[in-house]
Design a protein around this ligand. Structure first.
Ligand code: UD1
Ligand code: MG
Length: 452
């Protein structure tokens, strides 16, 4: 296949989203709409990527380069139509002679497979190709007009279509692949003499046909070209993705006891024989090895979990949590930016942040790594086979040597050597009989008050 460049149109303000955030940066399944499109396109290994954004959308450029380091952003100051938007990419593609694939940033369900089918149609016989679909309700879409031979010879927008043309259900997805030479040759010829007064990219097809360039046609399912204009549609995309991801993980060998209550991110990786109980949420960046159990109501993001570990119920694993093989992270335990060694346990009510916990170490209930001094974060480094008693505060930076024991209720402010016992504890004062006497005195006082 020839060299590929992608151009993603994303200059739309997305007024109906009612948001400060550009539409294409809204997220579904833990990934922006733009990122969904770029990931699908990335599968085709394009050598160049241009995102056409509106003025002031610097965050769109940042999102694009986080996925494609070589991506550049072209700014369309005035929204004069899809043809005008593509012309903004021209200077960024100077010297490029391969195939240009034009995508929409707000059509996130498009698959790499459909894009591959479309770009494969671009040959010297067909220097351009469109991706069409059969619409259940074609209203609002551009219709694909074909000649007697079945070749696509024009695309007619809804407002410009005759009544007869409006009967056509084969519609334009908007996604087009075209040789760079033909694109830059035809684009300046597009006029805005149409119902909307816009420069329509879709006019390329008719201009091409007139110049003798036949247009190829690839077909994809309508579900792949669902666009997002408001948050109802965004929620619909989220639901579609979740249904697909649940099915994928089930088929890959994970047990989901209540699939409809589990939420995945697009990049979630789940091993085999993993059991996921109800109401578990996977934010971005989670990978789970084989034979892990994730119990109900756990929330995970930016986390790696080793084989045979047990998480939850009610566990919270935040970015940078690396849970070792066979480790246990129990209820109401929060772990952030911490490496938990294999076989280590933190079973109840604990915060472990900016820390290392060595293999087979036991962290007692209520243990807190005091990682923040109000200004900076500090490290807590706990060795292997350490026993940390319940309700211990580890004031970072602090280091606990291998095999040490920390007595319950301690506040540890200095490094503890290996195999030592450390304890901070006020003396215990026991007064025999005090409580019984106190009860009698208080009861007598109450009775006297009632009489008077
Ligand atoms: C477009 C197609 C139509 C197709 C439909 C599929 C044209 C003329 N029409 O219509 O054939 O059936 O998509 O959904 O192309 N954009 C810019 N700058 C602009 C205009 C648009 O970046 O000046 C971007 C939008 O943000 C959006 C995409 O291009 O991502 C499509 O624009 P939109 O206005 O939705 O086009 P439609 O009228 O829906
Ligand atoms: Mg549209």
């Amino acid at each position: 296949m020839s060299d590929l460049a992608i151009v993603v149109l994303a200059a739309g303000k997305g007024t109906r989203m009612k948001s400060e955030l550009p539409k294409v940066l809204h997220r579904a399944a833990g990934r922006s709409l733009l990122a969904h499109v770029l990931h699908a396109a990335k599968d085709l290994a394009p050598s160049r990527a241009v995102v056409v954004a509106g003025p002031g959308m610097d965050n769109v450029a940042a999102e694009a380069t986080s996925i494609f380091p070589q991506a550049v952003c072209a700014v369309q100051n005035e929204r004069l139509g899809t043809g005008h938007a593509v012309s903004m990419a021209r200077e960024h593609l100077s010297g490029f002679n391969g195939t240009v694939l034009i995508l929409y940033g707000d059509v996130p369900l498009i698959t790499a497979e459909s894009l591959r089918g479309l770009t494969a149609l671009v040959t010297t016989q067909h220097p351009l190709a469109v991706l069409g679909f059969e619409a259940a309700d074609p209203h609002g879409y551009g219709r694909l007009i074909r000649n007697a031979l079945g070749d696509v010879v024009a695309i007619r927008e809804q407002l410009d279509a005759t009544l007869e043309e409006r009967q056509i259900t084969l519609c334009n997805s908007g996604i087009i692949a075209i040789s760079a030479g033909l694109l830059w040759n035809l684009l300046p010829k597009i006029k805005n003499s149409n119902a909307k007064g816009e420069y329509y990219l879709t006019d390329l097809v008719e201009l091409g046909a007139i110049a003798g360039s036949a247009c190829g046609l690839a077909i994809c399912p309508e579900s792949e070209v669902a666009g997002v204009n408001d948050r109802v549609q965004l929620a619909g995309i989220e639901a579609t993705l979740q249904t697909a991801y649940r099915r994928k993980h089930l088929l890959n060998g994970a047990t989901l006891t209540a699939p409809d209550t589990v939420f995945f991110s697009a990049d979630t990786v789940i091993g085999r024989d993993v059991v996921i109980e109800p109401s578990v949420v996977f934010g971005p960046g989670v990978s789970v090895a084989d034979n892990v159990e994730i119990l109900a109501f756990s929330h995970l993001e930016g986390t790696q979990i080793g084989q045979g570990a047990r998480i939850g119920p009610f566990a919270r694993l935040r970015p940078g949590a690396q849970i070792g093989d066979a480790a246990h992270i129990g209820n109401f335990v929060e772990v952030k930016k911490a490496v938990i060694g294999h076989g280590a346990k933190a079973n109840h009510l604990t915060y472990i942040g900016d820390a290392r916990v060595g293999p087979r170490t036991n962290i007692g209930a209520g243990t807190i790594t005091c990682n923040y001094d109000g200004y900076e974060k500090h490290l807590t480094d706990i060795g292997e086979n350490v026993f940390v008693g319940s309700n211990t505060a580890l004031v970072a930076p602090v280091k606990i040597g291998d095999g040490a024991s920390i007595a319950a209720g301690s506040v540890i402010t200095r490094d503890i050597p290996a195999d030592a016992l450390a304890m901070t504890r006020p003396g215990l004062d026991v007064r025999p009989g005090w409580a019984a006497r106190n009860r009698e005195i208080k009861a007598a006082r109450k009775a006297a008050k009632r009489k008077s």
